[in-house]
Design a protein. Structure first.
Lengths: 264, 411
């Protein structure tokens, strides 16, 4: 399994930007998650973010909260999610990035958790409630084990923090496009463009934009603003939970990829 | 009930406690800031502003004026003679926070944070509430200072605390029902944090307990520390000495921390926190975080936490909506691990018995939360002698709980 940063290098060398879909593991069920990962992988995804369901997802809006609640109600556990990743990862071209809140990580023990997800085949990790100041306990062991921990920059992040976050972030810098939780929004704030410009002055690392991107033209917009990737979550999760979900996410994924690829 | 050691010896010298919290917002390993990046800048702004105004004589004078004339402080330290006679051992004093405006200690913090919000130029206030006491206190100060007010409350709590829901609405607050999760305080807190993440530039979040990310555990404690400061003075006035034991209920732990803080560095004073054992700590329906939980992270802080083997946060249960919380303030976790404070738990039934006992012996109907502290006297009092003096924080009045209690007891 290729690393997150190697994947971005590969894309860069071909002058391409990344499409990063997100789905919640175990919603509507684990078998569908497995199928969805394969479909996304062959429909244009370059990396895939997989959400580990958590009881108190305070960075998530209603769509992903509900997906996590449904998955937990069905008894989905971290072990099951990792078994799933282990089975499907060898068939995928896209590196898997786990999106997991901090408490389940702490509960398992940081090194144990990192080793487990590495063994399962995950290569990246986003911990939405672990800001820079608290992230050191994770960054050092992760680097040894081979998991890239991706840190986030928000519209409210003071510029003085950009450099520190970007220098510690591994794989890419995750730019939160709107002040708020995850969810579908009608447009992407212009502020994203200026943050990308500012970030470029302090880092060479790839920048991917997420939180609020649902439509192909929004994905296209952030790539036009010079982002290296677009992350689409709630829109995927919502479609997948409905009937005909697999077909619907395939279509969305293809359209997103086409929109991103149209940017020259 | 858990057995209390007869002669507790403080395991630590006070100077070991050092500054609480440290520069990074930690009480030992507890506390910290486990929040989305979006909130980091608001938290450091809040820390800077709070630090400034807590040393600003004009701010302190204004706060003091409202505490006196609007809240009705100082609250009395009352010798509960018939309750004392009932046990026939140590003297029991009640710190009457129930006599504050709005009927609980919560107003101390809500008022101070509202004054802070006004100075920070934030005109929109959000808060979470469990029993509704913090929601009512926040709605009250928002009415007083003309601030927009949104209160998040679990649907389950809105049912059992409908009187407080009405009070909040009456004072112009919007009460937003939270149906996710268990529909209790934990979920209301998550929803308030989500609102804050979204509206952080215009909104101040008046967190109601000594929980949450730094600087809240410190800020809320400092704004409630008036309880302990008054208690020290009142003890000096009444018997020229210190109390032997302080006792308070602990959900998130704000009234307990408010009473304890002044005395943490007095090793001669025993500190006792009482949690909700719900239907029993051997069942899965309790809220005894410190006595039954494991270290984890919830709502921005590392602390003891009720969680399952996968690290999913467990549902708490207590007859008292204000104690129905699977987390606890990080400073309590610290005091517990140091052995500086002791924590025990009492069941719903024991709290209901104490609720009636105080009503009948003293003519004081306590909040169900407070009734937990009173219930622990059953275990504690037989171990004490008549020369000792206890201060129990009577953190709130029980009018709001009458509906709940009607269905639980026969009179």
């Amino acid at each position: 399994m290729i690393s997150v940063s190697a994947k971005f290098e590969q894309l860069r060398s071909h002058g391409k930007a990344a499409l990063i879909p997100f789905i919640t593991a175990g919603d509507p069920d684990l078998a569908t998650t497995t199928e969805a990962l394969k479909i996304l992988d062959r429909s244009g995804a370059d990396l895939i973010e997989l959400g580990v369901p958590y009881s108190d997802p305070l960075a998530d809006g209603p769509v992903i909260q509900a997906a996590a609640t449904r998955a937990l109600a069905k008894g989905v556990t971290l072990d099951q999610v990792l078994d799933l990743v282990k089975n499907v990862a060898p068939e995928l071209r896209s590196p898997i990035i786990l999106f997991c809140y901090y408490n389940p990580i702490l509960n398992l023990g940081i090194e144990n958790f990192l080793q487990k997800i590495y063994n399962a085949g995950a290569r990246g990790l986003v911990v939405p409630d672990l800001p820079l100041e608290e992230s050191h306990v994770l960054l050092e062991p992760a680097a040894k084990i081979g998991i890239e921990v991706i840190l986030l920059v928000a519209p409210t992040t003071p510029e003085a923090r950009f450099e520190a976050i970007a220098s510690q972030s591994q794989g890419f810098v995750y730019l939160v496009s709107s002040t708020g939780v995850t969810g579908v929004r009608s447009q992407v704030s212009k502020k994203v463009q200026s943050i990308i410009e500012r970030l470029r002055t302090v880092t060479d690392k790839p920048i991917a934009v997420g939180f609020g991107i649902s439509q192909p033209d929004q994905a296209k917009q952030v790539i036009e603003w010079n982002a290296d990737g677009a992350i689409v979550g709630s829109a995927m999760v919502r479609l997948l939970a409905e009937e005909g979900g697999l077909k619907a996410i395939e279509e969305l994924c293809v359209n997103l990829k086409r929109a991103i690829a149209s940017v020259i | 009930m858990t057995i209390t050691p007869l002669a507790p010896t403080p395991k630590i010298k006070p100077d070991i406690l050092g500054s609480r919290p440290d520069r990074l917002g930690r009480f030992g390993k507890f506390g910290g800031k486990y929040v989305p990046e979006t909130l980091m800048s608001a938290l450091s702004d809040l820390e800077t502003e709070a630090k400034y105004y807590q040393q600003d004589p004009t701010f302190l004078k204004e706060l003091d004026g409202y505490l006196t004339d609007y809240v009705g402080r100082p609250s009395p330290l009352y010798l509960a003679e018939r309750l004392t006679a009932h046990y026939g051992t140590a003297q029991i004093y009640l710190k009457r926070e129930d006599l504050n405006h709005t009927g609980a200690h919560k107003i101390n913090n809500a008022l101070a944070q509202a004054l802070l919000a006004v100075r920070m130029g934030k005109k929109r206030i959000i808060a979470e509430t469990g029993a509704g006491q913090h929601g009512v206190a926040t709605a009250t100060v928002c009415a007083r200072f003309g601030l927009e007010c949104v209160i998040y409350m679990g649907v389950h709590d809105m049912e059992r605390q409908s009187l407080n829901v009405f009070r909040m609405k009456l004072m112009g607050a919007e009460v937003r029902p939270v149906a996710s999760g268990t529909g209790t305080l934990k979920d209301a807190t998550s929803e308030a944090i989500r609102d804050w993440v979204t509206n952080v530039e215009t909104t101040h979040y008046i967190l109601g307990s000594v929980a949450g990310p730094h600087p809240y555990p410190m800020l809320v404690r400092d704004f409630h520390a008036v309880i302990g400061r008054e208690t020290r003075q009142q003890c000096l006035d009444k018997w020229q000495g210190l109390p032997d034991i302080l006792i308070a209920c602990v959900g998130g732990g704000s009234n307990a921390m408010g009473l304890f803080h002044e005395f943490v560095d007095e090793p001669a004073v025993r500190l006792i926190g009482v949690e909700a054992a719900g239907q029993g700590v051997d069942t899965d329906k309790h809220a005894a975080t410190l006595t039954q939980g494991r270290v984890g992270v919830l709502h921005g802080a590392m602390s003891y936490l009720l969680q399952d083997q996968d690290g999913q946060v467990q549902e708490a249960h207590s007859i008292s909506a204000g104690l129905d919380y699977p987390g606890v303030g990080p400073e309590h976790s610290y005091l517990k691990d140091l052995g500086r404070a002791e924590y025990y738990s009492v069941t719903d039934q024991e709290a209901l018995d104490a609720f009636q006992r105080l009503s009948q012996l003293e003519g004081i109907i306590p909040a169900l939360e407070t009734a937990h502290a009173i219930a622990y006297l059953e275990t504690l009092m037989p171990q004490l002698n008549p020369n000792q003096k206890i201060v129990l924080n009577c953190s709130g009045r029980g009018d709001k709980d009458v509906q709940t209690v009607i269905s639980a007891i026969d009179l």
